[in-house]
Design a protein around this ligand. Structure first.
Ligand SMILES: [Fe+2]
Ligand SMILES: [Fe+2]
Length: 276
């Protein structure tokens, strides 16, 4: 009689992260299980940045019962009072037949999918490191976790750096750049994912404090752009999604390596918009 391997569970899917973080998902600051729990057996897992309808369809079509996503599985609206709202009560948006949340919930029900959202954990391992490596940043001049600053082999103008990054990440079209294109820079901070949003301005402020001369962002909003311009920090924007999919791709490979018999599928799209 052959040895029966115990089934892989959702908790097992997070084990590689748990080993890095040093504690289990219950102690991580965010993340959730939708329609399942840590004990849910995994027949197959699809790794995606966001649990959009197309990703859920692909999971079902490729025989996966679990979707591992990084971002929040549903869209949420801020609850605000008049005069910002014409109506007092915030409607339950999921009642709208065309709403993505409704469609996602329907697909989760129809295919009996379990959604595992892992936000902080996947940023810890391996999203941050994978993006740094994809950028070719190897020498840290200030080493402090996510606040580390890296030194380029030589000074580059901001324009040269932007072109080098486009090449390395395979970005087609244009990228947005804040600051003087001719400024020569060497010390670089990563503001991957959403750290180039004004809600996360802490990270840019810390990067400047640690001596960053330029930053590579995932996604920027214009309040952040004004901040960076006013303090004189050149910033090159890649994409929130693209900057994080690099690590998610690596995580899928980690899972496949650890559970060779498990079906591991991925759904990645790169930048979720075009530039013309
Ligand atoms: Fe992230
Ligand atoms: Fe993110």
């Amino acid at each position: 009689m052959g040895t029966m391997l115990p089934p892989v569970t959702c908790a097992n899917l997070l084990k590689p992260i748990e080993e890095i973080v040093g504690c289990g998902p219950l102690l991580w600051p965010d993340g959730q299980f939708v329609n399942g729990s840590p004990d849910t057996p995994v027949r197959g897992v699809l790794v995606t940045w966001m649990a959009e309808a197309t990703a859920l369809e692909k999971a079902a079509a490729s025989g996966c019962n679990v979707v591992l996503c990084h971002e929040a599985p549903f869209f949420e609206e801020k609850h605000e009072l008049p005069p910002y709202r014409w109506l007092n009560a915030a409607n339950d948006v999921t009642e709208l037949p065309w709403h993505p949340n409704r469609r996602r919930r329907e697909l989760i029900q129809r295919y009996k999918l379990t959604l595992v959202q892992c936000h902080y954990g996947l940023d810890r391992f391996p999203i941050y490191d994978a993006f740094i490596q994809a950028l070719g940043l190897t020498t840290a001049v200030h080493e402090q976790g996510w606040e580390s600053i890296y030194q380029l082999p030589q000074m580059l103008s901001v324009a040269q750096l932007a072109r080098a990054i486009k090449r390395r990440l395979g970005i087609q079209g244009t990228v947005r750049v804040v600051g003087d294109l001719r400024r020569r820079v060497r010390k670089i901070a990563s503001l991957w994912g959403g750290l180039g949003l004004s809600g996360n301005i802490y990270w840019a402020r810390r990067a400047i404090t640690h001596g960053a001369e330029a930053a590579i962002a995932g996604e920027m909003d214009e309040a952040f752009i004004k901040f960076a311009a006013e303090v004189g920090l050149p910033v090159i924007e890649t994409s929130h999604q693209l900057s994080e999919e690099i690590g998610l791709q690596r995580y899928a490979a980690v899972l496949q390596g650890r559970y060779p018999k498990l079906k591991v599928a991925t759904f990645f799209t790169g930048r979720p918009y075009r530039t013309i």
